[in-house]
Design a binder for this molecule. Sequence first.
Ligand code: ACO
Length: 145
Amino acid sequence: MENGDITFHTRKWVRPEDLNANGTLFGGSLLRWIDEEAAIYAIIQLGNGMAVTKYMSEINFVSSAEQGDLIEMGLTATHFGRTSLTMRAEVRNMFTRQSILTIEKIVFVNLGEDGKPAPHGYTEITYSRDRVPRQHLERMPPRQG
Ligand SMILES: CC(=O)SCCNC(=O)CCNC(=O)[C@H](O)C(C)(C)COP(=O)(O)OP(=O)(O)OC[C@H]1O[C@@H](n2cnc3c(N)ncnc32)[C@H](O)[C@@H]1OP(=O)(O)O
């Protein structure tokens, strides 16, 4: 599987505590949000809560956002390796669709119980919630039908 379309999931409202000294969105806040978004995406794709950030390529801050802006974060898997998952990320203004940030390559590694890289066995993106991390399985509602 290579180069899926980006799906925009999470929206954020740029608030005063997210601003830098210039009064625009602080890059550190944006990176914290995107790292968490990538972690959630990796957990869902790999069905494992033990997935860690390994590598991020250049980060391109394309344009700034201002207080009150509504932004959305998107990710897509671009490559399933043996133990890794590579994603592409984009953050954009929800209404103008203007790009705010792009990261071409974010690599997460699937860890085993021993904390070492472990094969995840997946090769394709899932668009449903069928790869449930073990610790959440017993709290799942029973299947209908
Ligand atoms: C969500 C978070 O915030 S997590 C917190 C931040 N992250 C961390 O603390 C992780 C710290 N790093 C580590 O613990 C270790 O580096 C590990 C366990 C992730 C990986 O250990 P390594 O010895 O590098 O593992 P290994 O060499 O087997 O590589 C594992 C995979 O990562 C890939 N990889 C390793 N280095 C890189 C790199 N620089 N760039 C891209 N991919 C890489 C490998 O190609 C391999 O993928 P594959 O199995 O799909 O082919």
